[in-house]
Design a binder for this molecule. Structure first.
Ligand SMILES: NC(=O)c1ccc[n+]([C@@H]2O[C@H](COP(=O)([O-])OP(=O)(O)OC[C@H]3O[C@@H](n4cnc5c(N)ncnc54)[C@H](OP(=O)(O)O)[C@@H]3O)[C@@H](O)[C@H]2O)c1
Length: 392
Protein backbone atom coordinates (compact mmCIF):
# COMPACT_ATOMS: atom_id res chain seq x y z
CA UNK A 1 0.00 0.00 0.00
CA UNK A 2 1.41 3.35 -0.98
CA UNK A 3 -0.26 5.41 1.77
CA UNK A 4 -1.77 4.80 5.16
CA UNK A 5 -5.25 3.30 5.32
CA UNK A 6 -7.59 5.78 6.99
CA UNK A 7 -9.77 3.79 9.33
CA UNK A 8 -13.10 4.07 11.10
CA UNK A 9 -13.44 1.36 13.74
CA UNK A 10 -17.05 0.68 14.74
CA UNK A 11 -17.35 -1.18 18.03
CA UNK A 12 -13.85 -0.07 19.13
CA UNK A 13 -14.47 -0.94 22.80
CA UNK A 14 -15.48 -4.56 22.05
CA UNK A 15 -13.36 -7.67 21.75
CA UNK A 16 -12.79 -7.24 18.00
CA UNK A 17 -12.38 -3.47 18.27
CA UNK A 18 -9.71 -3.79 20.98
CA UNK A 19 -7.82 -6.46 19.01
CA UNK A 20 -7.99 -4.25 15.89
CA UNK A 21 -6.57 -1.26 17.77
CA UNK A 22 -3.81 -3.50 19.12
CA UNK A 23 -2.83 -4.44 15.55
CA UNK A 24 -3.21 -0.92 14.19
CA UNK A 25 -1.17 0.61 17.03
CA UNK A 26 1.82 -1.55 16.10
CA UNK A 27 1.88 -0.31 12.50
CA UNK A 28 1.51 3.49 12.58
CA UNK A 29 3.13 3.71 9.13
CA UNK A 30 0.28 1.61 7.68
CA UNK A 31 -2.83 2.93 9.44
CA UNK A 32 -4.37 6.15 10.67
CA UNK A 33 -7.40 5.98 12.98
CA UNK A 34 -9.73 8.73 11.79
CA UNK A 35 -12.86 7.75 13.72
CA UNK A 36 -14.17 5.41 16.42
CA UNK A 37 -17.68 4.37 17.36
CA UNK A 38 -18.65 2.61 20.59
CA UNK A 39 -21.71 1.94 22.74
CA UNK A 40 -21.61 2.71 26.45
CA UNK A 41 -18.06 2.02 27.63
CA UNK A 42 -17.06 5.67 27.78
CA UNK A 43 -14.09 5.07 30.10
CA UNK A 44 -12.36 2.75 27.63
CA UNK A 45 -13.32 4.94 24.68
CA UNK A 46 -11.68 7.95 26.37
CA UNK A 47 -8.46 5.92 26.76
CA UNK A 48 -8.63 4.89 23.10
CA UNK A 49 -9.12 8.52 22.04
CA UNK A 50 -6.06 9.59 24.05
CA UNK A 51 -4.01 6.79 22.46
CA UNK A 52 -4.95 7.19 18.80
CA UNK A 53 -6.35 10.72 18.46
CA UNK A 54 -9.30 10.18 16.09
CA UNK A 55 -10.94 13.30 14.61
CA UNK A 56 -14.50 12.02 15.25
CA UNK A 57 -16.10 9.56 17.67
CA UNK A 58 -19.65 8.29 18.14
CA UNK A 59 -21.26 6.94 21.30
CA UNK A 60 -24.66 5.34 21.82
CA UNK A 61 -26.25 7.92 24.16
CA UNK A 62 -26.34 11.67 24.92
CA UNK A 63 -25.33 10.85 28.49
CA UNK A 64 -22.27 8.98 27.19
CA UNK A 65 -21.39 11.91 24.92
CA UNK A 66 -21.48 14.32 27.89
CA UNK A 67 -19.37 11.99 30.02
CA UNK A 68 -16.82 11.58 27.21
CA UNK A 69 -16.59 15.32 26.61
CA UNK A 70 -16.13 15.82 30.36
CA UNK A 71 -13.42 13.14 30.57
CA UNK A 72 -11.43 14.48 27.60
CA UNK A 73 -11.88 18.23 28.15
CA UNK A 74 -10.21 20.37 25.48
CA UNK A 75 -8.63 17.25 23.91
CA UNK A 76 -12.10 15.93 22.94
CA UNK A 77 -12.66 15.15 19.25
CA UNK A 78 -15.99 15.83 17.53
CA UNK A 79 -18.55 13.63 19.35
CA UNK A 80 -21.60 12.23 17.55
CA UNK A 81 -24.48 10.29 19.15
CA UNK A 82 -26.66 7.25 18.55
CA UNK A 83 -27.21 5.14 15.44
CA UNK A 84 -27.04 8.31 13.30
CA UNK A 85 -23.68 9.10 14.84
CA UNK A 86 -22.30 5.62 14.08
CA UNK A 87 -23.66 5.86 10.50
CA UNK A 88 -22.03 9.28 10.04
CA UNK A 89 -18.72 7.88 11.27
CA UNK A 90 -19.05 5.00 8.78
CA UNK A 91 -19.59 7.42 5.89
CA UNK A 92 -16.99 10.11 6.76
CA UNK A 93 -15.36 11.54 3.66
CA UNK A 94 -11.76 11.14 4.87
CA UNK A 95 -12.27 7.48 5.86
CA UNK A 96 -11.47 4.84 3.24
CA UNK A 97 -11.82 1.65 5.32
CA UNK A 98 -14.52 0.76 7.88
CA UNK A 99 -14.09 -2.07 10.34
CA UNK A 100 -17.69 -3.03 11.17
CA UNK A 101 -17.45 -4.62 14.64
CA UNK A 102 -20.51 -3.44 16.54
CA UNK A 103 -22.24 -6.49 18.04
CA UNK A 104 -25.74 -7.57 17.05
CA UNK A 105 -28.41 -5.91 14.92
CA UNK A 106 -27.22 -2.48 16.20
CA UNK A 107 -24.44 -2.94 13.62
CA UNK A 108 -26.83 -3.18 10.68
CA UNK A 109 -27.37 0.50 9.82
CA UNK A 110 -23.73 1.58 10.26
CA UNK A 111 -22.51 -1.37 8.14
CA UNK A 112 -25.01 -0.46 5.42
CA UNK A 113 -23.97 3.21 5.66
CA UNK A 114 -20.34 2.25 5.06
CA UNK A 115 -21.23 0.19 1.98
CA UNK A 116 -23.53 2.92 0.66
CA UNK A 117 -20.68 5.41 1.02
CA UNK A 118 -18.43 3.10 -1.02
CA UNK A 119 -15.97 2.32 1.78
CA UNK A 120 -13.94 -0.86 1.86
CA UNK A 121 -15.61 -2.84 4.67
CA UNK A 122 -13.91 -5.29 7.01
CA UNK A 123 -16.94 -7.19 8.24
CA UNK A 124 -17.01 -8.64 11.75
CA UNK A 125 -20.68 -7.78 12.44
CA UNK A 126 -22.09 -11.02 11.05
CA UNK A 127 -25.64 -10.09 12.08
CA UNK A 128 -25.87 -7.46 9.34
CA UNK A 129 -25.10 -10.00 6.62
CA UNK A 130 -27.42 -12.55 8.26
CA UNK A 131 -30.24 -9.99 8.35
CA UNK A 132 -29.86 -8.63 4.84
CA UNK A 133 -27.07 -10.54 3.06
CA UNK A 134 -28.51 -10.51 -0.44
CA UNK A 135 -29.39 -6.83 -0.22
CA UNK A 136 -25.99 -5.75 1.19
CA UNK A 137 -24.01 -7.82 -1.31
CA UNK A 138 -26.01 -6.31 -4.20
CA UNK A 139 -25.35 -2.83 -2.79
CA UNK A 140 -21.60 -3.58 -2.48
CA UNK A 141 -21.49 -4.89 -6.07
CA UNK A 142 -23.28 -1.78 -7.33
CA UNK A 143 -20.77 0.43 -5.47
CA UNK A 144 -17.83 -1.73 -6.59
CA UNK A 145 -16.68 -1.94 -2.99
CA UNK A 146 -15.32 -5.10 -1.36
CA UNK A 147 -16.65 -6.67 1.83
CA UNK A 148 -13.72 -8.44 3.46
CA UNK A 149 -14.41 -11.13 6.06
CA UNK A 150 -13.06 -10.71 9.59
CA UNK A 151 -14.73 -13.79 11.10
CA UNK A 152 -11.88 -16.31 11.39
CA UNK A 153 -13.71 -19.02 9.41
CA UNK A 154 -14.58 -16.72 6.53
CA UNK A 155 -11.13 -15.20 6.56
CA UNK A 156 -9.77 -18.76 6.32
CA UNK A 157 -12.01 -19.52 3.33
CA UNK A 158 -11.09 -16.22 1.71
CA UNK A 159 -7.41 -17.13 2.11
CA UNK A 160 -8.02 -20.67 0.77
CA UNK A 161 -9.70 -19.25 -2.35
CA UNK A 162 -6.80 -16.98 -3.29
CA UNK A 163 -5.11 -18.18 -6.48
CA UNK A 164 -7.83 -20.72 -7.34
CA UNK A 165 -10.55 -20.72 -9.97
CA UNK A 166 -13.91 -19.83 -8.50
CA UNK A 167 -15.71 -22.46 -10.62
CA UNK A 168 -13.46 -25.21 -9.23
CA UNK A 169 -14.98 -24.95 -5.73
CA UNK A 170 -17.04 -28.00 -4.76
CA UNK A 171 -17.90 -27.01 -1.20
CA UNK A 172 -16.85 -24.99 1.82
CA UNK A 173 -16.32 -26.57 5.24
CA UNK A 174 -16.62 -24.31 8.28
CA UNK A 175 -14.93 -25.65 11.37
CA UNK A 176 -16.52 -25.24 14.82
CA UNK A 177 -14.81 -25.68 18.18
CA UNK A 178 -17.99 -27.28 19.52
CA UNK A 179 -17.95 -24.81 22.43
CA UNK A 180 -17.78 -25.66 26.15
CA UNK A 181 -20.67 -28.18 25.99
CA UNK A 182 -19.41 -30.34 23.12
CA UNK A 183 -19.58 -33.56 25.20
CA UNK A 184 -22.60 -32.69 27.34
CA UNK A 185 -25.77 -34.80 27.38
CA UNK A 186 -29.21 -33.30 26.65
CA UNK A 187 -30.00 -33.43 30.37
CA UNK A 188 -26.78 -31.54 31.25
CA UNK A 189 -27.50 -28.95 28.54
CA UNK A 190 -30.88 -28.22 30.11
CA UNK A 191 -29.06 -27.25 33.34
CA UNK A 192 -26.24 -25.21 31.70
CA UNK A 193 -25.66 -21.79 33.33
CA UNK A 194 -24.52 -18.50 31.74
CA UNK A 195 -21.18 -18.75 33.62
CA UNK A 196 -20.54 -22.17 32.05
CA UNK A 197 -21.64 -21.01 28.58
CA UNK A 198 -19.34 -17.97 28.76
CA UNK A 199 -16.26 -20.17 29.39
CA UNK A 200 -15.23 -20.78 25.76
CA UNK A 201 -12.41 -23.33 25.46
CA UNK A 202 -10.38 -21.56 22.73
CA UNK A 203 -11.56 -18.02 21.91
CA UNK A 204 -12.04 -14.84 23.97
CA UNK A 205 -15.03 -13.02 22.53
CA UNK A 206 -18.02 -10.85 23.47
CA UNK A 207 -20.85 -12.44 25.48
CA UNK A 208 -23.42 -12.83 22.65
CA UNK A 209 -21.10 -14.65 20.25
CA UNK A 210 -19.71 -16.82 23.08
CA UNK A 211 -23.21 -18.08 23.97
CA UNK A 212 -23.92 -18.54 20.24
CA UNK A 213 -20.78 -20.69 20.05
CA UNK A 214 -22.06 -22.85 22.90
CA UNK A 215 -25.42 -23.48 21.16
CA UNK A 216 -23.71 -23.79 17.72
CA UNK A 217 -26.05 -21.02 16.55
CA UNK A 218 -22.88 -19.11 15.75
CA UNK A 219 -21.87 -21.77 13.25
CA UNK A 220 -25.29 -21.64 11.62
CA UNK A 221 -25.07 -17.84 11.40
CA UNK A 222 -21.68 -18.34 9.76
CA UNK A 223 -23.23 -20.67 7.17
CA UNK A 224 -25.63 -17.83 6.28
CA UNK A 225 -22.71 -15.38 6.22
CA UNK A 226 -20.72 -17.71 3.93
CA UNK A 227 -23.71 -18.18 1.64
CA UNK A 228 -23.69 -14.44 0.82
CA UNK A 229 -19.98 -13.65 1.08
CA UNK A 230 -18.98 -16.52 -1.22
CA UNK A 231 -22.20 -16.87 -3.24
CA UNK A 232 -22.73 -20.61 -2.71
CA UNK A 233 -26.00 -22.40 -1.87
CA UNK A 234 -26.41 -23.86 1.66
CA UNK A 235 -26.07 -27.48 0.47
CA UNK A 236 -22.48 -26.66 -0.56
CA UNK A 237 -21.53 -25.27 2.87
CA UNK A 238 -20.79 -27.85 5.55
CA UNK A 239 -19.84 -27.79 9.24
CA UNK A 240 -17.23 -29.92 10.97
CA UNK A 241 -16.57 -29.86 14.70
CA UNK A 242 -12.84 -29.45 15.38
CA UNK A 243 -12.21 -28.97 19.11
CA UNK A 244 -8.64 -27.64 18.78
CA UNK A 245 -9.63 -24.58 16.63
CA UNK A 246 -6.36 -24.87 14.69
CA UNK A 247 -7.87 -25.46 11.24
CA UNK A 248 -9.98 -22.33 10.77
CA UNK A 249 -11.93 -23.67 7.76
CA UNK A 250 -11.39 -25.34 4.40
CA UNK A 251 -12.34 -25.32 0.73
CA UNK A 252 -12.86 -28.56 -1.16
CA UNK A 253 -12.19 -28.36 -4.90
CA UNK A 254 -13.69 -30.38 -7.77
CA UNK A 255 -10.60 -32.61 -8.03
CA UNK A 256 -11.03 -33.68 -4.38
CA UNK A 257 -8.17 -31.50 -3.16
CA UNK A 258 -8.91 -29.72 0.13
CA UNK A 259 -7.16 -26.45 1.01
CA UNK A 260 -7.24 -25.44 4.69
CA UNK A 261 -5.98 -22.42 6.63
CA UNK A 262 -4.35 -23.07 10.02
CA UNK A 263 -3.16 -20.88 12.87
CA UNK A 264 -3.33 -20.35 16.61
CA UNK A 265 -6.78 -19.07 17.64
CA UNK A 266 -6.17 -15.31 17.87
CA UNK A 267 -8.49 -12.85 16.13
CA UNK A 268 -5.62 -10.45 15.47
CA UNK A 269 -4.62 -12.76 12.57
CA UNK A 270 -7.86 -12.49 10.56
CA UNK A 271 -8.30 -8.83 11.56
CA UNK A 272 -4.84 -7.97 10.22
CA UNK A 273 -5.48 -9.93 7.01
CA UNK A 274 -8.72 -8.02 6.40
CA UNK A 275 -7.11 -4.66 7.25
CA UNK A 276 -4.28 -5.11 4.77
CA UNK A 277 -5.89 -6.98 1.87
CA UNK A 278 -4.79 -6.91 -0.96
CA UNK A 279 -1.47 -5.62 0.39
CA UNK A 280 1.27 -7.74 1.96
CA UNK A 281 0.64 -9.50 5.30
CA UNK A 282 1.71 -7.83 8.53
CA UNK A 283 4.50 -9.45 10.56
CA UNK A 284 2.51 -10.22 13.75
CA UNK A 285 4.10 -11.65 16.88
CA UNK A 286 1.26 -14.11 17.63
CA UNK A 287 2.05 -17.41 19.35
CA UNK A 288 3.45 -19.60 16.56
CA UNK A 289 1.55 -22.73 15.59
CA UNK A 290 3.72 -25.70 16.50
CA UNK A 291 1.90 -28.74 15.12
CA UNK A 292 4.53 -31.14 16.45
CA UNK A 293 3.81 -30.01 20.02
CA UNK A 294 0.05 -29.75 19.42
CA UNK A 295 -0.39 -33.44 18.67
CA UNK A 296 -3.62 -34.88 17.26
CA UNK A 297 -6.26 -32.72 15.61
CA UNK A 298 -9.78 -34.11 15.88
CA UNK A 299 -12.75 -33.70 13.55
CA UNK A 300 -16.34 -34.90 14.05
CA UNK A 301 -19.80 -34.26 12.62
CA UNK A 302 -22.00 -31.83 14.60
CA UNK A 303 -24.92 -33.38 16.52
CA UNK A 304 -28.24 -31.83 15.42
CA UNK A 305 -30.14 -33.50 18.28
CA UNK A 306 -28.20 -31.83 21.10
CA UNK A 307 -27.42 -28.65 19.11
CA UNK A 308 -30.47 -27.94 16.94
CA UNK A 309 -29.69 -24.20 16.61
CA UNK A 310 -27.42 -24.59 13.59
CA UNK A 311 -30.02 -26.64 11.70
CA UNK A 312 -32.49 -23.74 12.13
CA UNK A 313 -30.04 -21.52 10.24
CA UNK A 314 -30.05 -23.92 7.26
CA UNK A 315 -33.87 -23.93 7.39
CA UNK A 316 -34.03 -20.13 7.50
CA UNK A 317 -31.59 -19.84 4.63
CA UNK A 318 -33.63 -22.25 2.50
CA UNK A 319 -36.85 -20.43 3.40
CA UNK A 320 -35.21 -17.15 2.30
CA UNK A 321 -36.55 -13.58 2.49
CA UNK A 322 -37.01 -12.34 6.05
CA UNK A 323 -36.52 -15.77 7.70
CA UNK A 324 -32.80 -15.29 8.58
CA UNK A 325 -33.55 -11.83 10.04
CA UNK A 326 -36.33 -13.27 12.21
CA UNK A 327 -33.99 -16.02 13.33
CA UNK A 328 -31.25 -13.51 14.20
CA UNK A 329 -33.59 -11.22 16.17
CA UNK A 330 -35.11 -14.16 18.04
CA UNK A 331 -31.65 -15.44 18.90
CA UNK A 332 -30.51 -12.04 20.20
CA UNK A 333 -33.54 -11.81 22.49
CA UNK A 334 -33.21 -15.42 23.66
CA UNK A 335 -29.47 -15.06 24.41
CA UNK A 336 -30.19 -11.89 26.41
CA UNK A 337 -32.90 -13.74 28.34
CA UNK A 338 -30.52 -16.64 29.03
CA UNK A 339 -27.75 -14.30 30.23
CA UNK A 340 -30.24 -12.50 32.51
CA UNK A 341 -31.54 -15.77 33.99
CA UNK A 342 -34.97 -15.54 32.31
CA UNK A 343 -34.44 -18.62 30.10
CA UNK A 344 -32.60 -21.92 30.14
CA UNK A 345 -29.83 -22.80 27.69
CA UNK A 346 -31.96 -25.18 25.61
CA UNK A 347 -34.78 -22.59 25.50
CA UNK A 348 -32.65 -20.49 23.13
CA UNK A 349 -33.07 -22.81 20.13
CA UNK A 350 -36.69 -23.53 21.09
CA UNK A 351 -37.49 -19.79 21.14
CA UNK A 352 -35.85 -19.30 17.73
CA UNK A 353 -37.75 -22.29 16.26
CA UNK A 354 -40.99 -20.82 17.64
CA UNK A 355 -40.26 -17.40 16.08
CA UNK A 356 -39.60 -18.99 12.68
CA UNK A 357 -42.85 -20.97 12.90
CA UNK A 358 -44.87 -17.85 13.74
CA UNK A 359 -43.36 -15.72 10.99
CA UNK A 360 -44.82 -15.20 7.53
CA UNK A 361 -41.88 -14.76 5.19
CA UNK A 362 -41.61 -11.54 3.19
CA UNK A 363 -38.95 -10.35 0.73
CA UNK A 364 -36.10 -8.13 2.02
CA UNK A 365 -35.77 -5.08 -0.24
CA UNK A 366 -34.19 -2.71 2.27
CA UNK A 367 -32.30 -2.48 5.53
CA UNK A 368 -35.57 -1.41 7.18
CA UNK A 369 -37.34 -4.61 5.98
CA UNK A 370 -34.57 -6.66 7.60
CA UNK A 371 -34.62 -4.70 10.86
CA UNK A 372 -38.43 -4.95 11.07
CA UNK A 373 -38.19 -8.73 10.66
CA UNK A 374 -35.44 -8.92 13.28
CA UNK A 375 -37.68 -6.96 15.69
CA UNK A 376 -40.53 -9.36 14.96
CA UNK A 377 -38.22 -12.26 15.77
CA UNK A 378 -37.33 -10.59 19.07
CA UNK A 379 -41.02 -10.19 19.94
CA UNK A 380 -41.92 -13.82 19.15
CA UNK A 381 -38.97 -15.16 21.13
CA UNK A 382 -39.65 -12.87 24.10
CA UNK A 383 -43.34 -13.79 24.35
CA UNK A 384 -42.50 -17.50 23.96
CA UNK A 385 -39.96 -17.34 26.79
CA UNK A 386 -42.31 -15.32 29.01
CA UNK A 387 -45.08 -17.91 28.49
CA UNK A 388 -42.65 -20.72 29.34
CA UNK A 389 -41.51 -18.93 32.49
CA UNK A 390 -45.16 -18.45 33.57
CA UNK A 391 -45.91 -22.15 32.93
CA UNK A 392 -42.94 -23.47 34.96
N1 LIG B 1 -15.05 -11.56 19.26
C1 LIG B 1 -14.74 -12.35 18.27
O1 LIG B 1 -13.76 -13.08 18.33
C2 LIG B 1 -15.58 -12.35 17.01
C3 LIG B 1 -15.25 -13.25 15.99
C4 LIG B 1 -15.98 -13.22 14.83
C5 LIG B 1 -17.03 -12.32 14.67
N2 LIG B 1 -17.34 -11.49 15.68
C6 LIG B 1 -18.47 -10.57 15.50
O2 LIG B 1 -18.00 -9.23 15.68
C7 LIG B 1 -19.01 -8.44 16.30
C8 LIG B 1 -18.45 -7.86 17.58
O3 LIG B 1 -18.19 -8.93 18.46
P1 LIG B 1 -17.41 -8.73 19.84
O4 LIG B 1 -17.11 -10.08 20.33
O5 LIG B 1 -16.28 -7.75 19.62
O6 LIG B 1 -18.55 -8.06 20.73
P2 LIG B 1 -18.39 -7.26 22.10
O7 LIG B 1 -17.10 -7.56 22.75
O8 LIG B 1 -19.66 -7.49 22.84
O9 LIG B 1 -18.34 -5.73 21.60
C9 LIG B 1 -19.42 -5.13 20.98
C10 LIG B 1 -19.07 -3.72 20.52
O10 LIG B 1 -20.24 -3.12 19.95
C11 LIG B 1 -20.50 -1.88 20.63
N3 LIG B 1 -21.93 -1.62 20.63
C12 LIG B 1 -22.93 -2.41 21.11
N4 LIG B 1 -24.11 -1.81 20.92
C13 LIG B 1 -23.86 -0.63 20.30
C14 LIG B 1 -24.67 0.44 19.83
N5 LIG B 1 -26.00 0.42 19.98
N6 LIG B 1 -24.05 1.49 19.22
C15 LIG B 1 -22.71 1.53 19.07
N7 LIG B 1 -21.90 0.55 19.50
C16 LIG B 1 -22.47 -0.52 20.10
C17 LIG B 1 -19.97 -2.11 22.04
O11 LIG B 1 -19.76 -0.87 22.69
P3 LIG B 1 -19.69 -0.77 24.31
O12 LIG B 1 -18.93 -1.95 24.79
O13 LIG B 1 -18.94 0.52 24.47
O14 LIG B 1 -21.08 -0.69 24.82
C18 LIG B 1 -18.65 -2.80 21.68
O15 LIG B 1 -17.71 -1.86 21.22
C19 LIG B 1 -20.22 -9.36 16.49
O16 LIG B 1 -21.11 -9.21 15.43
C20 LIG B 1 -19.61 -10.76 16.49
O17 LIG B 1 -20.51 -11.74 16.03
C21 LIG B 1 -16.65 -11.48 16.85
Amino acid sequence: MSRRRRLAILGSTGSIGRSALDVVGRFPDRFEVVALAAGRNVGLLAEQVRACRPRVVAVATEEGARALAGALGPEAPEILVGAEGACAVAALGEVDYVLAAIAGSAGMRPTAAAIRAGKVVGLANKESIVLAGEHLMAMARAKGTPILPVDSEHSAIFQCLVGHHRDDVRRLVLTASGGPFRDWSEEQLRQATPEQALRHPNWEMGAKITVDSATLMNKGLEVIEARWLFDLPPERIGILVHPESVVHSMVEYVDGSVVAQLGTPDMRGPIAFALTWPGPRLPLDLAPLNLGERGALRFEEPDPRRFPAYTLCYEALRAGGTAPAVLSGADEAAVEAFLEGRAGFTDIAAAVAHALERHEIRPVSSVEDALDASEEGRRHATSYLAARARAS
